[in-house]
Ligand binder design. Structure first.
Ligand SMILES: Nc1nc2c(ncn2[C@@H]2O[C@H](COP(=O)(O)OP(=O)(O)OP(=O)(O)O)[C@@H](O)[C@H]2O)c(=O)[nH]1
Ligand SMILES: [Mg+2]
Length: 404
């Protein structure tokens, strides 16, 4: 078995590499050491940075498409850059909305097929179906014949689709008002089986229908929808999708942490060795540019960039300063050499166990991450930074939840 193997790793997405790439990494490392794998890692990091994700959201006018897009982007309809909600303007063109910090992730608001004269086939052609990674078909009530036809055509063209029954909060609320006794689970079950049977009659057997509220994301099927969307994507796209999720739960934050952690060893190799720049006070050189770049990227993915914090502060009626003060994190401010230096202080003491992640991949590589090496320095600084930022993200979540 090759040491760089998918099998040896602990989690479901052990690396960002295919088996073939892992084999190549191993043979290159065996023959030429770390210098030989550097270019392969550089290519992989670029690929991770450049991977695009395009998510199509379609459904009739008023179904809740724009609201869902905002919810997935972690925005409220009042936030700057949010998709307009509740407007009567219907554009016939797909409208793209970028993720607030990860511009390669785009959400496309498509006009409902019902508001066009097109057949499913010509509709999809007109909407440039090829560019989307998957489709979300939203309905605020019964799914229509059109929805089913569209789903069939999407499937025929080799893409995935997901049915979303929106505004479930409003439905349950009005039912609750009308009855003395109310069983939410049972009512949701009825709505679900009603959707399933309508779609079944229209030729979609056993569809999975997600009952969601874009306003109450911690209830109903919102989480399960996000999970299904993530699980339906191939390895790298899946990680991009998860990193683009809003930090609605500790679980999401931890999942993001796992994904970001897998980048660290690659960045450490890229930043170490020849060309590494010494940071005054650190025992070994490390490329401070790569370190700072990575921390900024971690902040963006963990919704800890200034714009995200400003939105949260506004929503909870506080200020960014108060929010930052409440979570007391040195990594939310300006990233200077002394701030980085503080992260590096524990390095010598802990570097002995630095091999943890690498033994699974390349035997022998652990030695280059040892105490006092530039690779080890970067590796530990970034590990520390990520750990701190994840703790900060969890604190921010707790503070904002308390304030809501
Ligand atoms: N209660 C509740 N209302 C929602 C939800 N999603 C959307 N709405 C409301 O439904 C109305 C229409 O939502 P939009 O997101 O604008 O719908 P749309 O599909 O983008 O509509 P068009 O742009 O006209 O095609 C707005 O008043 C939203 O506030 C939800 O999950 N729960
Ligand atoms: Mg809209």
């Amino acid at each position: 078995m090759f040491p760089f193997s998918q099998q040896g790793a602990q989690s479901e997405t052990p690396t960002f590499f295919t088996q073939e790439e892992l084999n190549k990494l191993n043979s290159e490392f065996e023959t030429g050491g770390v210098e030989r794998i550097r270019h392969l890692l550089e290519k992989k990091v670029k690929e991770l940075d450049n991977t695009e994700l395009n998510i199509a959201v379609t459904g009739d006018s008023g179904a809740g498409k724009s609201t869902l897009i905002n919810a997935m982007r972690g925005l409220c309809s009042e936030d700057e850059g949010a998709a307009a909600v509740g407007t009567t303007e219907t554009t016939m063109e797909p409208t793209g909305y970028s993720h607030p910090t990860l511009p390669n992730v785009r959400y496309w608001d498509l006009p409902g097929i019902g508001s066009t004269e097109f057949t499913a086939g010509s509709y999809l052609k007109k909407m440039q179906f090829k560019k989307y990674d998957f489709f979300i078909i939203v309905s605020a009530g019964r799914f229509t014949e059109n929805d089913a036809k569209l789903a069939k055509e999407i499937k025929r063209l080799g893409k995935k689709f997901y049915f979303v029954r929106s505004k479930i909060d409003a439905d349950l609320y009005s039912m609750r008002q009308q009855r003395d006794e109310f069983d939410e689970e049972a009512e949701m079950g009825k709505i679900r089986s009603d959707c399933v049977s309508q779609l079944g009659k229209a030729g979609i057997p056993d569809p999975n229908v997600f009952l969601i509220s874009s306003f109450v994301k911690n209830m109903y099927d919102f989480y399960w929808l996000m999970k299904a969307l993530a699980d339906g994507l191939p390895n790298i796209k899946k990680s991009v999708f998860v990193l683009a999720l809003p930090n609605d739960s500790v679980e999401v934050i931890r999942k993001k942490g796992e994904i970001l952690k897998k980048r660290i060893w690659m960045l450490a190799i890229l930043s170490g060795g020849v060309g590494a720049i010494p940071v005054p006070g650190l025992s070994a050189a490390c490329d401070i540019g790569i370190v700072i770049g990575a921390i900024i990227y971690f902040r963006k993915c963990l919704c800890l960039d200034d714009a995200a914090l400003r939105r949260l502060a506004e929503r909870t009626g506080t200020s960014v300063e108060v929010l930052k003060d409440a979570v007391k994190s040195s990594l939310l401010g300006e990233l200077t050499a002394p701030v980085i230096l503080r992260l590096g202080l524990g390095v010598v003491a802990v570097a002995v166990s630095v091999v943890e992640a690498f033994v699974y991949f390349i035997p022998g590589i652990g030695s280059i991450f040892g105490a006092g090496t530039s690779f080890g320095m970067t590796y530990w600084i970034l590990n520390d930074a990520l750990k701190l930022l994840m703790e900060t993200a969890e604190k921010v979540l707790a503070v904002t939840k308390r304030a809501q």
